[in-house]
Design a protein around this ligand. Structure first.
Ligand SMILES: [Zn+2]
Length: 392
């Protein structure tokens, strides 16, 4: 029976992190998944848990939506030429990341910068990650870096070909606010999301993008508001948060102090729903398999924000802004989830307190589209309570 093969039950859950700021912790101890989507959340005694193809005993550990890295630079398959590294996406899965969003396939050696070439690369990248998910991770890619000379028809044809993202505005020849504004508007008209590079040059060949250019371009996401790697001055970061309503993306490979400033400013404005997280890797700083978990621990501890709230920055906030069908524990959403617990011998009375004190949790299992993709993480500290597949 195919229905048996596609039903997953996770029982004995100790904590349900929803990914939603309105109610970051849910009541219940069980999740039922049918055909890759969450079909019920609650107490096992009230749910139909029979005839499951797979039953996972969470052993009292926590379930969170899979983490979303809003800012990666993939190139092809599970290989990055930037640091000559294989299996970096699989390593990130072992850090709890189940979805990645490309901010441009900029590390491709010999990357075409002529218009027909950059369009071809974007379409090909979108296809090869749509056709091949490394270790099951959803990589949303095909994010062209806009260049001088592009016209409205280019954006229309890219969108029609399935390209739904722009790479970081500012990494190509378009660095003036007025040109960027026109192209971002064309992209938006045809249903493509945009991100802008913010801050100083990241690597030789890129340039400074200051607050005036960011505000004029009006991209959907203020990409790495804390710089990638060097940030804008504090007053410009505050100004960006205050003077527009676009996404405030904080990345691992940026200035941590500036990231805290951006987060605090979002809270002061009463707009925490604008905060999303990324790594901006692979990059000169390398690949950070635990980058999103490290951001959660850093922002929660140094920023003194409840961890269950910071988890929303890496899950539900990103999903809503990026229009994904994952990132939340909610009936109907894609069953992309991680099972985590307090790391062995880490301080704190429980996992949330331990994270609030700056410690990473241990990852025990990842699930994408209702399928178990990995068990005990090879990268995080070991979890105190390890989930187990009890029926298969
Ligand atoms: Zn950048």
């Amino acid at each position: 029976m195919s229905s048996l093969a596609t039903k997953l039950v996770i029982k004995n859950i100790g904590l349900l992190l929803s990914g939603q700021l309105e109610q970051p912790i849910l009541d219940g101890d069980c999740i039922v998944v049918l055909n890759g989507r969450i079909s019920a959340i609650g107490h096992a005694k009230d749910l139909d848990t029979d005839n499951a193809g797979t039953v996972v005993d969470a052993k009292g550990a926590a379930v969170s939506p899979g983490l979303i890295d809003s800012h990666v630079h993939p190139v092809i398959g599970d290989y990055t030429p930037r640091q000559q590294q294989l299996s970096w996406i699989d390593s990130c899965l072992h850090g709890g990341v189940t979805t990645m969003i490309s901010a441009g396939e900029v590390h491709l050696p010999g990357r075409p910068k002529d218009i027909v070439g950059l369009k071809a690369l974007a379409i090909a990248s979108q296809r090869w990650y749509d056709n091949f998910r490394p270790s099951g991770v959803k990589v949303l890619a095909g994010a062209p870096v806009i260049e001088e000379g592009m016209v409205e028809e280019d954006f229309k044809s890219l969108s029609e070909a399935g390209v739904k993202l722009l790479g970081e505005v500012g990494l190509g020849s378009v660095k003036a606010g007025d040109t960027a504004k026109q192209m971002v508007a064309w992209a938006r008209k045809y249903g493509m999301q945009s991100t802008i590079h913010t801050g100083g040059p990241s690597i030789p060949g890129s340039g400074l993008i200051d607050k005036d250019v960011v505000l004029e371009a009006d991209a959907d996401i203020i990409g790495h508001i804390n710089g990638g790697h060097t940030a804008l001055p504090d007053d410009q970061i505050i100004c960006l948060c205050e003077q527009c309503e676009r996404g405030i993306e904080i990345v691992h490979n940026g200035n941590e102090r500036s990231g805290l400033l951006a987060m605090r400013t979002a809270f002061e404005l009463g707009q925490p729903e604008r905060v999303i997280l990324g790594t901006d890797s692979p990059a000169g700083s390398g690949v950070q398999p635990l980058g999103i978990l490290r951001m959660i621990a850093m922002l929660s501890s140094l920023g003194d924000v409840a961890p269950e709230t910071v988890f929303c920055f890496a899950t539900g906030n990103t999903a809503r802004m990026r229009e994904l069908d994952s990132g939340m524990l909610e009936v109907g959403k894609s069953a992309d989830m991680i099972i985590i617990d307090q790391a062995q011998h880490a301080p704190g009375k429980d996992m949330l307190e331990s994270i609030h004190q700056g410690n990473l949790p241990g990852l025990g299992m990842t699930i994408i589209d209702g399928v178990v993709r990995s068990e005990r993480s090879r990268n995080t500290p070991p979890a105190t309570r390890m989930p187990e597949i009890v029926e298969k």
